[in-house]
Design a protein around this ligand. Structure first.
Ligand SMILES: CC(C)(COP(=O)(O)OP(=O)(O)OC[C@H]1O[C@@H](n2cnc3c(N)ncnc32)[C@H](O)[C@@H]1OP(=O)(O)O)[C@@H](O)C(=O)NCCC(=O)NCCS
Length: 306
């Protein structure tokens, strides 16, 4: 059964994942870092609207505090009451009007073919980016403040790159206190013990097995395997056909290219980039690019991902 519902609970941080670039010492937290936010939910607090199928719950790991992340955290609004499964209409706004947005619209159509009622309202495209006036027969809007004050809206950021996605999320939160929907294709298999963060997007024919933790705004493209006990931090991105064996940890904003494979217990650092088709058999340091079989570091220089 497909369902639209608030999902209580929160993702707890994997105890073994200590990425020095993203994990700050626990002392001296400020109110902005500990107030109500997707980063600081108490266990059981609702975290976001989830749209789709599967039995996992949404929530968020408590993460480190980059400036961008602080901006996100401090703008997080109070959560809404829990609503019964299957009976809610979601008014959705996409941020983006490109390939991922088109794929998400396809997911929405599949969900609406079940019992879910998701009404696409509009798409947001940054000023200066060339785009038509409409996207999928809905208006293209240039200023997120167009949606200010409408608490019934939910947003999903349809940008495939983790950096722009994180910036868009921060922008939406700081400008209008946006709340995010989690989009899960009905064809995704999700283990009952797995947790999925707010704003995550999971596209078709992927499997998320037992005790997986997906952070907020994670993107799982089609045909991925996310095996048992994996932890994907916020904004981590799996391109099509990525296969993660068990106990893999993917840091915040890391990007894995098409068809990459990762053997068990590997740690991929925050903002690392794994090349298409790479076979990762050793840990990847934060910010590094690796590629090939076995995956080896690429010398530091400008990168091209598409
Ligand atoms: C690894 C990667 C980031 C390197 O990008 P880059 O820095 O622009 O590298 P270049 O294209 O200049 O290639 C540099 C060299 O590495 C090789 N190379 C590039 N990517 C490779 C890969 N994935 N596997 C093996 N070799 C690769 C090139 O053949 C080239 O070799 P050469 O110097 O002997 O000719 C990129 O190729 C990649 O794999 N990106 C992932 C893209 C992706 O999957 N996107 C998903 C969209 S949904």
């Amino acid at each position: 059964m497909s369902a639209v519902y608030w999902n209580g609970g929160s993702v707890t941080r994997h105890p073994g994942f200590r990425d020095p670039r993203t994990i700050d010492p626990p002392a001296a937290a400020t109110p902005a870092e500990t107030g109500p936010s997707i980063r600081g939910l108490a266990p059981g607090e609702p975290a976001g609207t989830r749209v789709g199928q599967g039995s996992g719950q949404a929530g968020s790991p408590a993460h480190g505090r980059s400036p961008e992340r602080q901006a996100v955290a401090s703008a997080e609004p109070e959560p809404e009451p829990v609503t019964a499964h299957g009976a809610m209409t979601v008014r959705l706004v996409l941020y983006g009007a490109g390939a991922l947005a088109r794929e998400i619209v396809d997911v929405l159509e599949r969900l609406n073919a079940h019992e879910t009622a998701i009404q696409l309202q509009a798409s947001i495209v940054d000023p200066g980016i060339d785009a038509p006036e409409t996207f999928r027969a809905r208006p293209v809007v240039r200023d997120v403040r167009t949606f200010a004050g409408d608490d019934s809206l939910r947003f999903v950021v349809a940008l495939g790159e983790p950096g722009p996605r994180a910036r868009a999320v921060a922008h939406l939160r700081t400008e209008i206190g946006a709340r995010f929907a989690t989009i899960i294709d009905p064809g995704v298999l999700i283990g009952a013990s797995s947790r999925i963060g707010a704003g995550a997007v999971l596209l078709g024919h992927s499997s998320v097995t037992a005790d997986v933790q997906l952070g907020d705004h994670v993107l799982v493209n089609p045909g991925c395997t996310v095996a048992h006990d994996n932890v994907l931090e916020d904004f981590a991105t799996l391109s099509p056909g990525v296969h993660l064996a068990g106990h893999v940890q993917v840091g915040e904003g890391a990007f894995l290219g098409t068809g990459a494979c990762v053997i068990p217990k590997i740690r991929i650092g925050a903002h690392a980039l794994v090349g298409a088709g790479a076979v990762v058999i050793r840990n990847v340091a934060p910010g590094r690019t690796v590629f090939g079989n076995p995956a080896r570091p690429l010398p530091t220089r400008p990168l091209r991902r598409d």
